[in-house]
Design a protein around this ligand. Structure first.
Ligand code: ZN
Ligand code: ZN
Length: 277
């Protein structure tokens, strides 16, 4: 078997496989060594081979000893997640050995089943993320995956079934129309305070605002960098003035405040609501 054919078999197997899987497809040890020498295939460690352009997170998970899973698998599938991208979540199965590798900060998952290499499914990753990262991280990723069209109704039922009972209501209150993780997170946190949230609301003379809370507070999430300059700053001030004239109070937060400093945001929202009442 030539090097190109071995690379083809690896692609079919998800880009990475054990030598035993490749031997079952007809490759000999000498042919594998030749494919490595030609640079068509990488030898990850004894008995594990990969295509040379394998995704670096999938490669690191394999170096750790398993499959990219949980928040890392969700990010790989394009789904929103609150987790730090530098922390890889790797499923190795209940008794598998974990390997040392460069820069390892991995979170090892030991759920039942037979882990191989590659990336777990969106359904499996969502279920893992609930137990590993909690209700908010799960909810944000679940709504994002649904919005992206990655979850059929059968998939959603499977996720619900796989969750601990205390998390199942999150599937029941989730919606497919959330346009960002921030929106999902805000809606969940505000619903716990009994505050309704509207998204992408058009206000006369102001334009489209990110969120309106309880019909009275405009909440804008600032994701912009400073180099956007004074013209946008001026435009924001004009919008705030028009919103105030229309009877709204505007609160501005950035991603870091909402995600990492929620008590401060919550105090500001509750005080603004008290003033407006
Ligand atoms: Zn995890
Ligand atoms: Zn690791």
């Amino acid at each position: 078997m030539d090097a190109a054919t071995i690379a083809h078999h690896l692609r079919v197997l998800g880009g990475i496989a054990r030598s035993s899987q490749l031997r079952r497809r007809g490759a000999t040890g000498a042919q594998l060594a030749r494919a490595v020498a030609r640079g068509r295939v990488d030898r990850m460690r004894n008995g594990v081979y990969a295509v040379s352009y394998l995704d670096p997170t999938v490669r690191a998970a394999a170096a750790h000893g398993g499959e990219l899973c949980c928040a890392s698998a969700l990010r790989h599938h394009g789904v929103w997640t609150l987790e730090d991208p530098e922390r890889l979540h790797v499923w190795v199965g209940p008794d598998a050995r974990v390997h040392r590798h460069d820069g390892c900060r991995c979170v090892t998952h030991r759920e039942d089943g037979r882990a191989a290499f590659g990336v777990v499914s969106v359904v499996q990753a969502l279920i893992q993320s609930a137990r590993c990262l909690g209700s908010e991280a799960f909810f944000v990723s679940f709504e994002s995956a649904w919005h992206m069209g990655l979850l059929t109704s059968a998939d959603r039922a499977l996720v619900r079934q796989g969750l601990p009972a205390r998390f199942r209501y999150l599937v029941d209150i989730a919606r497919p129309d959330a346009e960002s993780g921030i929106e999902s997170l805000l809606r969940l946190r505000l619903s716990r305070l009994g505050i309704p949230l509207e998204c992408q609301v058009l206000i006369a003379r102001v334009g489209r605002v990110d969120f309106v809370l309880a019909g009275r507070i405009v909440l804008e999430v600032d994701g912009r960098l400073n180099h956007d300059g004074p013209s946008l700053r001026h435009r924001d001030l004009v919008r705030d003035a028009e919103a105030a004239a229309a009877g709204y109070e505007t609160l501005r937060f950035d991603y870091a405040l909402i995600v990492y400093d929620w008590p401060r945001v919550e105090r500001a929202i509750l005080a603004a609501l008290a003033r407006l009442r």
